[in-house]
Design a protein. Structure first.
Length: 322
């Protein structure tokens, strides 16, 4: 009976996801996927930058979430800012619902003073959502004793939806401090894959952090830096507050975050300047405990290519790598 109850719970969740307002996937290596966090980060590194991200949330559950992301961005002097491309793919309930997105990003870079700069970004994206009706189960398929043995009388209604989406953001930064704000889904597009209207609610993100050196650099070491950060997100009544810090020693990074009453996040990584690799694990501390959910695993890879000397007016932002 416990197994049947779990199946029914997952089925009810997947079925309701077809008609209710959705929420975006979240990466916990926030700054390893900068274009996803805030489009204003496009070109913030200066030279060409590539990022790959993989997240497996609640792997112990049948209806886990798997999300992939890939991005490229670079600063171009002739457009006074950065250009980027971001692609994501999200799978819910073992592929019952699949969401793919391809977006183009532009960020205008403005030097306000000798010590302070700002970036203003926008993203234009196309989303494509697919619903696999063959993987859905309904109440009329259940026998009280033997479980799912009947065929459903439900008739497929639609199953896919494509729509345009717009996002925007700003970032302000100095040598040791930065802050930003982003608003996604500004046009609240209809994402319903069946008959009806299901507007994708706007997602608001506020973030800020600092880069505080603790030790002097030498020819043997780049010193130690501590990077405290706060990230707040709101979407359709759901609020998420992440408070944490990174410690960087040479090429090595470790971090710890706490997400409000939901998870404790541990991050480790290596950043050589040109290549970076990170891993994070979310320990579930909510009522859906870690033993049931299996936590969440996330892996990130980044590649920074060399380029011609940056313009004198260009300043990179000192934000965490992971």
């Amino acid at each position: 009976m416990k197994g049947l109850k779990r199946i029914v719970t997952i089925v009810a969740f997947c079925s309701s996801a077809v008609t209710t307002l959705a929420q975006d996937p979240t990466f916990t290596q926030f700054y390893a996927n900068p274009l996803y966090l805030n489009p204003a980060f496009a070109g913030s590194h200066g030279c060409p930058r590539f990022a790959l991200n993989y997240r497996n949330e609640w792997p112990s559950l049948t209806g886990n979430y798997v999300t992939y992301s890939a991005s490229y961005d670079q600063y171009f002097k002739n457009i006074s800012g950065g250009f980027g491309v971001l692609a994501t793919h999200d799978q819910q309930g073992q592929g019952t619902i699949n969401t793919s997105m391809l977006g183009l990003v532009y960020s205008y870079h403005l030097k306000v003073s000798r010590k302070f700069s700002m970036m203003f970004g926008a993203r234009a994206a196309w989303y494509q959502k697919f619903l696999d009706w063959d993987k859905l189960t309904f109440g009329d398929m259940i026998d009280p004793r033997r479980g799912f043995i009947y065929s459903t009388g439900d008739v497929p209604r639609g199953g896919s939806r494509g729509f345009f989406d717009a996002s925007a953001g700003i970032v302000g930064y100095s040598k040791t401090f930065f802050f930003g704000f982003a608003a996604h889904h500004l046009n609240t597009p209809n994402e319903s894959m069946i008959i009806g209207n299901s507007p994708l609610p706007m997602r608001f993100t506020g973030h800020m952090g600092a880069d505080i050196p603790l030790g002097r650099r030498s020819k043997y070491s780049n010193g130690t830096n501590i990077m405290p950060n706060v990230i707040y997100q709101y979407q359709n009544g759901f609020q998420e507050l992440n408070i944490g810090t990174y410690i960087k020693y040479g090429a090595f990074n470790v971090g710890a975050w706490y997400r409000n009453r939901d998870a404790f996040i541990i991050t480790i990584g290596v950043n050589t300047g040109k290549f970076k690799l990170g891993y994070s694990y979310d320990v579930t501390v909510s009522k859906l405990n870690n033993g049931v959910s299996g936590g969440s695993h996330e892996i990130s890879m980044g590649l920074n290519l060399s380029c011609k000397q940056k313009p004198i007016s260009f300043k990179t932002i000192s934000c965490p790598s992971f």
